[in-house]
Design a protein around this ligand. Structure first.
Ligand SMILES: [Zn+2]
Length: 155
């Protein structure tokens, strides 16, 4: 089980609080990734889309996750579960300090999310009325924050 924290960075001029339309826990905000199979290393050909309001029950019926997907190459099932409550709007202060802002945490089993795709549905607040600009610098930084299997831990 690996947890990934999606973090964003951008250059905001006269803008602040870049975040999904309904906030960082926006139930309808879509996250698009390519997934890499942990067993065979195969990268899914198309992006997978997950959002908080779309859940599927596990075959065992014990829990719900946001995605169950079978690797087309080796046939292994993998799951992805979104963990809201970790996100923060990206403020202008953070941009000036070149800091990343956490957006969403994902718990992955059997897959590693790669290649986050920037899609619509963001909002940002204007600090001054007339001129503003936004330049997405490093939208994405996927960081593996914990990993454990057989008692081994790594960052
Ligand atoms: Zn595979």
């Amino acid at each position: 089980m690996v947890k990934f924290l999606l973090q964003i960075a951008a250059d905001l001029e006269n803008l602040t609080n870049l975040q999904p339309q309904e906030g960082c826990n926006d139930p309808n905000f879509s996250y698009l990734f390519k997934l890499k199979c942990e067993r065979c290393g195969e990268l899914s050909q198309r992006e997978t889309c997950v959002s908080l309001n779309e859940t599927v029950p596990l075959p065992s019926g014990k829990a719900t996750v946001n995605l169950v997907q079978k690797c087309k190459f080796c046939g292994r099932d993998g799951t992805l579960t979104m963990m809201p409550g970790h996100g923060k709007p990206l403020t202008q202060e953070m941009c000036e300090e070149r800091k990343f802002s956490p957006l969403m945490m994902f718990e992955c089993r059997g897959y590693e999310p790669v290649d986050y795709v920037f899609a619509g549905g963001w909002k940002v607040e204007s600090l001054r009325s007339l001129s503003f600009s936004i330049k997405i610098l490093r939208l994405v930084h996927l960081m593996s924050i914990s990993y454990s299997r057989g008692g081994n831990c790594r960052k």
